[in-house]
Design a protein around this ligand. Structure first.
Ligand SMILES: [Zn+2]
Length: 293
């Protein structure tokens, strides 16, 4: 008798299947017995058709690529995680540890970017850039991310209250959000309807938009997140018109602020830049605090 067991998920969102072609029948009192896989099914001419009907194409191709033994010999279980192909607790321990580490690495940072200049070069306040960094490292406390840690969390979007909230929904797809993008005067191609991920979208518009449009796109994302937080804490959300107008105002004010700083640095002759000390002199920089008494 052949038996199929669904193993627990470990390191992936797929349940591994254990196919035991030499299983002894298990006496069970349950009325609804699980499906039993019959090796004979593989010899049926309809096997390929059924596999293709039951799985997505890429999965079906993988399944059908698995070579099947042609001989008449008995099937045996092979543990391919050590050289002897025999199961050992030691090799299972190493496998579990390896999968656990890989899972940790993939969940702590879903995307890794080699070059963060697209973010740190923006002419926006630092808090806006930090927000962009949190978005790109999937560190925003969206309802979807909170639900991963606490399954009891209601993951509905706090703004529209109709759809599940992840970063793509709250920054690109929520109805109010779409209005903001439409009112933003950014080029038509900024309106996001093609991407799967808000972080990828931000990186894309940062490299394709011109002048200060990438700054405005990042700033609008930040304002949308602020608006979402207002709604989450029971305050009245801003209108799409207000958010679009605020993005223009903040960008203009920040530009003025940076210009005034540069002007002050040019006119202030007492402003000194750091210089290396002369040879033979050691320069020590330190910081301290004093109490009034
Ligand atoms: Zn929504």
């Amino acid at each position: 008798m052949t038996r199929v067991d669904h193993l627990d998920m470990l390191g992936s969102d797929h349940c591994p299947i254990l196919l035991d072609t030499d299983a002894t029948p298990v006496q069970t009192k349950r009325r609804n017995r699980p499906i039993r896989f019959e090796a004979l099914w593989l010899r049926s001419e309809q096997c390929e058709e059924i596999v293709r009907r039951s799985w997505p194409q890429y999965d079906a191709d993988e399944v059908l690529c698995i070579p099947l033994g042609r001989g008449d010999h008995e099937d045996t279980l092979i543990w391919h995680f050590n050289a002897s192909c025999k199961f050992s607790v030691r090799s299972a321990h190493h496998l579990a540890l390896d999968l656990y580490r890989r899972n940790l690495a993939s969940s702590s940072m879903t995307k890794s970017y080699d070059d963060w200049k697209f973010l740190w070069n923006r002419r926006t306040p630092s808090k806006v850039k930090v927000f962009g960094w949190r978005l790109c490292t999937n560190a925003l406390p969206t309802m979807q991310n909170l639900m991963k840690r606490n399954p009891g969390v209601d993951n509905v979007c706090p703004v529209c209250r109709t759809e599940d909230e992840d970063s793509k929904h709250i920054l690109l797809q929520c109805p109010v959000v779409r209005q903001v993008w439409a009112l933003s005067d950014l080029p038509w191609r900024v309106i996001p309807n093609w991407c799967d991920d808000a972080a990828d979208w931000l990186r894309h518009v940062s490299s394709t938009l011109e002048a200060n449009d990438p700054d405005r796109a990042l700033l609008i994302c930040w304002l949308l997140w602020q608006n979402r937080n207002q709604c989450l804490w029971g305050m009245t959300g801003s209108t799409a018109e207000d958010i679009a107008a605020n993005s223009m105002r903040i960008l203009w004010e920040y530009g003025e602020y940076i210009q005034s700083l540069q002007q002050a640095n040019r006119t202030d002759s007492s402003y000194s830049f750091w210089k290396a000390p002369p040879e033979g002199v050691i320069k020590v920089n330190f910081d301290g605090a004093t109490f009034a008494e």
